[in-house]
Design a protein around this ligand. Structure first.
Ligand code: ADP
Length: 543
């Protein structure tokens, strides 16, 4: 800008100087001609008729006129005007009838002309005066040509140009800064999205456009920010992990869940095993399962034209359910297999009619016993499965009376081992639940305390209400549980002593049901046990 400003101002002033020089040279030249003409008139007044009309007379007059050239001409007719005397040339008898000043002098009485003299080779200004009908006196003095005048003014022009150069440099240094300051301020304000004001009226339309554009850009940026916020909100609040990868497996976009699953640290690089990479490179949508940090994830890979989209879903629950279902089926099959093998074996023996009466009787007892066991197993499984439904309606129920009644109904079992039971149950404690759940928990815990007790042992059943919790406890002075078994006793079909279990008809589903109910109700179950001394089962119910 400064450079351009410098060049423009330099060109303008340069042209100005040249034009001024030309005009002033012309004016000066015209002035000089006019002044010379006046001088010639004054000179002509010096002419006196007594002078001889020849070279001598011409020289004599010339001497009086500071050496101005004097020519005397004799008019013969209009086409013949002959030089008869000249102060500078002696042998001239030329016809001057074609000279402008001579023609004018013949016609008007006087005439002027400016031209190069052929005879003396100089630029002269001529003044001719017709003195008589036959005579013309002509005086001429040299004059400068306009070109010469211009030529002579070139050094002056150059000095002016030099000054011009310095002035232009100053203008471009300071004036441009001064002039452009408002423009620079507008640019700065515009860059900072501030309102732009124009100092010069000429800049107002630009300021208007900038303000309008800035407003539009601001609105667009706000929109983009808002969209980005929403996008981030959706992405980062998604339960699933989502990542978009370029074809060379660089991360283009990823949400927080994907970052933690795939351990994306610098938001760009990612570790993918070969199987995942191959699945993507195949170019088909696919699902791959991965176990990361004890959790199971399904990686749904969608192949776009220039990116891969991976949706990561936590399928731990589904996978666990699948595993649990498979375990359950395996356990049920196993539990059923034992009595069925027995029943089948004895039934085949009976069919062969090879058994004596005593053995036949025993075979029938075994078949009946194992059929009962099978039937009990089926009842237990049905009972266990009935607690699968989590979204069942619950009521405010009096658990004090339910627990008391259920425990008392089991007292018949105390006789075998001569057990005593003690109750410490606060009255009328209410909680949101279902009666059958409380009955199930009480039945399992109290019947276990009876089953796994010792001769003359005791059982303590208590229900206490605290600020935030209600604690139901069943304590016994029985066999106790080894420390390493404690974590396993809540697993389905887990029984500690199979031979003992056989006698008591346990399938290892009782505590599994208690655990499932507690999970559904978001209650906690705790066990304390000392092997050989007794156990305590505590259900902590949230009010
Ligand atoms: P079961 O039908 O075998 O009683 P449970 O699920 O009720 O099944 O119990 C699982 C196992 O936990 C039992 O086999 C038993 O060995 C152990 N157990 C449960 N309660 C007690 C207790 N009060 N004292 C000692 N062992 C217990």
């Amino acid at each position: 800008m400064k450079k351009r400003f410098f060049l423009v101002s330099l060109t303008i002033t340069f042209l100005g100087i040249i034009i001024y020089a030309l005009i002033s040279t012309n004016v000066y030249y015209n002035n000089a001609i006019s002044q010379t003409k006046d001088t010639l008139v004054v000179y002509m007044n010096q002419y006196d008729e007594s002078l001889k009309f020849d070279n001598t007379g011409a020289k004599s007059l010339s001497d009086k006129l500071s050496g101005a050239r004097v020519t005397f001409l004799q008019i013969y007719d209009i086409d013949k005007v002959i030089v008869v005397g000249d102060s500078q040339k002696e042998d001239i008898t030329q016809n001057h009838s074609d000279r402008v000043e001579v023609i004018d002098a013949i016609n008007l009485g006087y005439g002027y002309s400016v031209r190069n003299s052929d005879s003396i080779g100089k630029k002269l200004i001529y003044y001719a005066l017709k003195t008589t009908d036959e005579h013309i006196v002509r005086i001429s003095i040299p004059t400068s040509s306009s070109f010469k005048l211009f030529y002579e003014s070139i050094p002056t022009i150059l000095i002016f140009l030099f000054i011009d150069l310095i002035v232009c440099a100053f203008i471009s240094l300071f004036a441009v800064d001064l002039i452009l300051k408002p423009v620079e301020r507008m640019t700065k304000d515009s860059a900072l999205f501030k309102k732009v004001t124009a100092t010069y009226p000429e800049l107002e339309p630009i300021a208007d456009i900038i303000n309008r554009r800035n407003k539009e850009i601001k609105e667009k940026i706000e929109n983009i920010k808002e969209n980005k916020k929403i996008e981030n909100m959706i992405l980062n609040n998604m339960e699933h992990g989502m990542a978009i990868l370029s074809k060379n497996f660089r991360v283009i976009l990823s949400n927080s869940v994907a970052k933690s699953i795939l351990d994306i640290r610098d938001n760009d690089t990612i570790y993918l095993d070969d199987e995942l990479k191959e699945a993507m490179q195949k170019g088909e949508n696919s699902i791959i399962y991965r176990n990361i940090d004890t959790r199971d994830y399904a990686f749904r890979i969608s192949v776009a034209s220039d990116a891969y989209v991976i949706l990561m879903t936590d399928v731990t629950k589904i996978k666990n359910a699948e595993r649990s279902k498979n375990d359950f089926i395996a356990n049920v099959t196993h539990e059923m297999n034992t009595p069925l093998t027995s029943i089948k074996g004895f039934a085949e023996l009976i069919k062969l009619q090879m058994l004596d009466e005593k053995t036949l009787n025993h075979a029938c007892d075994v078949i009946i016993k194992q059929s009962n066991r099978l039937s009990n197993l089926i009842k237990n499984i049905i009972n266990y499965s009935s607690y699968e439904d989590e979204n069942i309606e619950i009521f405010n129920i009096n658990i004090s009376s339910i627990i008391k009644n259920t425990a008392e109904s089991l007292e018949g079992g105390l006789k075998n081992l001569n057990l005593t039971v003690n109750y410490d149950i606060d009255d009328d404690i209410y909680i949101h639940s279902r009666e059958e759940r409380i009955v199930e928990i009480t039945t399992n815990l109290v019947s276990n305390a009876i089953k796994y007790n010792k001769q003359n042992g005791s059982i303590f059943v208590s229900l206490k209400e605290y600020d935030e919790n209600i604690i139901f406890e069943v304590k016994d002075t029985g066999l106790g549980i080894k420390e390493e078994e404690i974590d396993k006793i809540f697993d389905r079909f887990y029984t500690i002593d199979k031979s003992h279990n056989e006698a008591t008809s346990g399938f290892g589903l009782g505590l599994a049901v208690v655990k499932k109910i507690c999970e559904n109700q978001k209650w906690k179950i705790e066990v304390e046990s000392s092997y050989g001394e007794g156990s305590s089962f505590r259900v902590i119910m949230k009010k």
